[in-house]
Write a protein that binds this ligand. Structure first.
Ligand code: ARG
Length: 270
């Protein structure tokens, strides 16, 4: 069974956590007074990059900028699909300057960047899944941005409403396993959105709250290997039963800022 899962090589963009810190609180995970161990954060992030490379993925880096402690969360910078870049407009004014260095990177890599008119936090809330783009709203990205995304890519956008502030970005409550299916925490969504997910993904992996609180849904799958928080034990077991291969990577230092593996990873889809 486990041999039936075929990995696809990915191109990832990440940002070294040189200036990573918790200096403001824009989600319930961020508490001032909880110190970040910078050395530990750096070692954890390195291990993620090494794990991606060891599994055949390409990892590129955008240079970190002093004074932007959340810049390590590369997922929020854009959604890149078919080589087209839909940039971001951060909800929190403190994060807005992050768009500049990411845009510079995209330009130097040969991409044009579309500037959204409405608040939109990239892959944090915009998740390509099979024939659709799943789009979260409720805390950050707005329904207006969902419309803009659909118009820009010409791909059907499925709006999903998040209801729990601990799971404020779609990528904290759901991740894509492969072209066919996803894993998610049902209670993180409004009743209607739950029904939509059940209709679109009848075979989805349903995660429990404990695994989601361990950032288990902030995972990255290449179709076979699932880079996942080691705290999400039950979920890793469910995935293994389905023939996926969990690859545990501990980013616990980043949980203090409300981020995990997926938050630190931007996928460049060509
Ligand atoms: N501190 C950051 C924020 O609240 C964390 C972003 C996490 N990124 C993500 N893709 N969920 O904006």
């Amino acid at each position: 069974m486990s041999d039936s899962r075929v990995p696809r090589r990915r191109r990832f963009l990440v940002c070294e956590p040189r200036y990573f810190d918790v200096r403001y609180a824009i989600n319930p995970w961020m508490r001032s007074g909880v110190p970040v161990d910078t050395g530990r954060a750096h070692a954890q992030w390195r291990a993620l990059v090494d794990a991606y490379r060891a599994h055949g993925h390409t990892v590129e880096t955008v240079p970190p900028v002093p004074g932007l402690p959340d810049m390590v969360f590369a997922a929020n910078a854009a959604l890149v699909l078919e080589g087209r870049v839909f940039g971001s407009l951060y909800h929190a004014p403190v994060r807005r300057p992050e768009s500049v260095p990411y845009e510079a990177w995209f330009k130097s890599a040969g991409f044009e960047v579309h500037h959204p008119e409405s608040v939109c936090e990239g892959e944090g809330d915009l998740v390509p899944a099979g024939r659709w783009i799943l789009a979260g709203t409720g805390f950050r990205t707005t329904p207006e941005a969902h419309r803009e995304v659909q118009e820009f890519f010409g791909v059907p956008v499925i709006g999903l409403t998040l209801v729990d502030p601990l799971f404020y970005h779609l990528d904290t409550a759901l991740f894509v396993l492969d072209e066919e299916t996803v894993a998610y925490l049902p209670e993180a969504f409004s009743p209607g959105s739950r029904e939509v997910l059940a209709r679109l993904f009848p075979d989805a992996v349903l995660a429990g709250r404990e695994d989601a609180l361990a950032f288990g849904l902030n995972s990255v799958s290449d179709g076979r290997h699932v880079f996942i928080s080691p705290g999400a034990r039950a979920l890793a077991g469910q995935l293994a039963d389905r023939g996926y291969v969990p690859v545990p990577v501990d980013l616990s230092e980043f949980h203090k800022a409300g981020g995990g593996i997926k938050c630190c990873t931007q996928e460049i889809r060509s």
